[in-house]
Write a protein that binds this ligand. Structure first.
Ligand code: BES
Ligand code: MN
Ligand code: ZN
Length: 485
């Protein structure tokens, strides 16, 4: 929990005071109404014992309380990302392990800094320990009460809401694939929109998908006992109708690769393959919580890519919803198939002004950009600018990759209209996959976000201020984008 208070009281079990090096140099302390503590800190600073370097932590015991002096480095050199990391690490440190209530004092009060601190608390202390049996093995840092010294603002309550959307997305992704199946996802979405008069929902199950000809979506799910679902929520937040932005998420609840089975080492984290859908759902939660004044279509294509006697096969050709035929070059390139039908369906039936799809689409994107930037491919420079702007504002990072006329030849098939693998094989795999999707967008303004590298972190200790597992990539980005545009 995080709460705001206008002035420091030093009344909690622990107090964290942030210092940048310039502050230390100028010996400017934040407002602390306790002479003894002020004197002690000044002495430490004067004698060069505490310098305010980044990640420097100096614990001070005062009666039954602990005061942590925490350095964030040179003001002009440290980034807001570094600030999030530093504060998150302090909150997870042994100093505060047993402590529930923490006052957090910052001299710097800009909106950017307060936002970063809220995120350091709510995104930084998240951990997935539902399956830890022993209470003492659970991190539980998210149960701490953090009292941040700043004046209350509506913007900050909004940031808290957005972080809660990120948490929902992370929980959906981290949970077992057999729990987060299509039925579960349907239930979560229905729960979010229950009683909301400005929302409506359309659900295409196996039967409807068949009747309407979303045969690519069906093909991917052929080996699975779970029902495929295309779930579409229409959210009306604007005063006038129309001008919808559509968000379309890849929801492969588990990706074994299908008959083109993934090898050991590539499959272990594939419950993350519904991260795009989970981000769309987290963004839906945010739209509702923030009472977003925009019109939005939230769509998720849910399927499971597993092997079975009925699995779809390499070499198969399917006629998809848009009418094009697609040759299956590789059953592991399943995300673009589900998305192709979902995109075509949303474009035809909902006629959005613009469409953004989000997907853990390609390993090639991870090769190209690593884990810190999601790939962005778009046919529109204004949309690109808007997304990059939202990315810079939220630390939910994207980097643009090219889309160009000549690339369309690489996704053609000798025996069908299109093929789900490219003639270039793996080369440029992130942009050829995006080009496959573009084939289904018609003349709609479109952007594609490849979050294969950013959605999930495999490393035991996590990455940056994200713990092991799902990061919620895309939620802050899409929410900010919708707020701004
Ligand atoms: N879900 C994977 C992509 C992925 C890889 C996500 C790593 C997260 C981390 C996707 O369905 C896939 O398997 N893509 C193939 C495409 C290939 C067969 C053309 C890939 O990237 O190897
Ligand atoms: Mn795959
Ligand atoms: Zn996949």
């Amino acid at each position: 929990m995080i709460a705001f208070r206008p002035t420091a009281k030093l009344d909690k079990q622990a107090t964290v005071i942030l210092f940048d090096q310039d502050q230390v140099k100028k010996r400017s302390l934040p407002q602390i109404n306790n002479r003894q503590i002020r004197e002690e800190i000044l002495t430490l600073i004067k004698n060069g014992i505490f310098r305010g370097e980044n990640q420097e932590v100096f614990p001070l015991g005062v009666k039954k309380q602990i005061i942590l002096l925490v350095g964030v480095g040179k003001k002009e050199k440290t980034s807001l990302t570094a600030l999030r990391i530093t504060v998150r690490n302090v909150l997870l440190s042994n100093h505060l392990k047993k402590i529930k209530d923490v006052e957090l004092i910052t001299h710097e009060q800009s909106e950017d800094v307060i936002t970063a601190l809220i995120e350091a608390v709510l995104i930084g202390t998240y951990s997935w320990d539902k399956y830890k049996s022993k209470e003492e093995d659970k991190q539980k840092a998210e149960e701490k009460n953090i009292y941040l010294i700043t004046a209350k603002k509506k913007e900050y309550d909004d940031i808290i809401s957005i972080c809660n959307g990120v948490t929902l997305t992370r929980n959906l992704v981290n949970e077992n694939a057999d729990v987060t199946n299509s039925t579960y996802i349907e239930r979560v979405i229905k729960e979010l929109i229950r009683g909301r008069k400005n929302t409506s929902i359309e659900i295409l199950n196996q039967k409807e998908l068949k009747a309407k000809g979303l045969n690519l979506h069906l093909a991917v799910n052929q080996g699975s006992p779970n029902e495929p679902k295309l779930i579409i929520v229409r959210y009306r937040g604007a005063a006038t109708d129309g001008n919808f932005t559509a968000l379309v998420g890849k929801g492969i609840t588990f990706d074994t690769g299908g008959l083109n089975l993934k090898p050991t080492g590539s499959m272990e984290t594939m419950r993350c393959d519904m991260s795009g859908a989970a981000s769309v759902i987290g963004t839906l939660k945010n739209a509702i919580a923030l009472n977003l004044r925009k019109n939005v279509i939230f769509a998720v294509g849910i399927a499971e890519n597993v092997t079975g006697s009925r699995s779809y096969k390499p070499g198969d050709i399917f006629k998809c919803y848009s009418g094009k035929t697609v040759e299956i070059g590789n059953t592991d390139a399943e995300g673009r198939l589900v998305l192709a039908d979902a995109i075509a369906y949303v474009v035809k039936n909902y006629k959005p002004a613009r469409l953004i799809d989000i997907a853990t689409l390609t390993g090639a994107c991870v090769v190209a950009l690593g884990y810190d930037y999601s790939g962005l491919v778009t046919n529109n420079d204004d949309l690109s600018r808007a997304l990059v702007h939202a990315s810079n504002a939220t630390d939910d990072r994207v980097w643009r990759l090219p889309s160009y006329p000549e690339i369309k030849d690489y996704v053609k098939s000798p025996i069908a209209d299109l093929k789900n693998t490219s003639v270039l094989k793996g080369a440029g795999g992130a942009i050829t996959a995006a080009e496959f999707l573009r084939q289904f967008t018609g003349s709609t303004i479109w952007a594609h976000l490849d979050i294969a590298g950013t959605a999930f972190t495999d490393s035991p200790k996590g990455r940056w201020y994200y713990s092991h597992g799902a990061t919620g990539a895309g939620v802050r980005l899409l929410t900010r984008y919708l707020l701004n545009n």
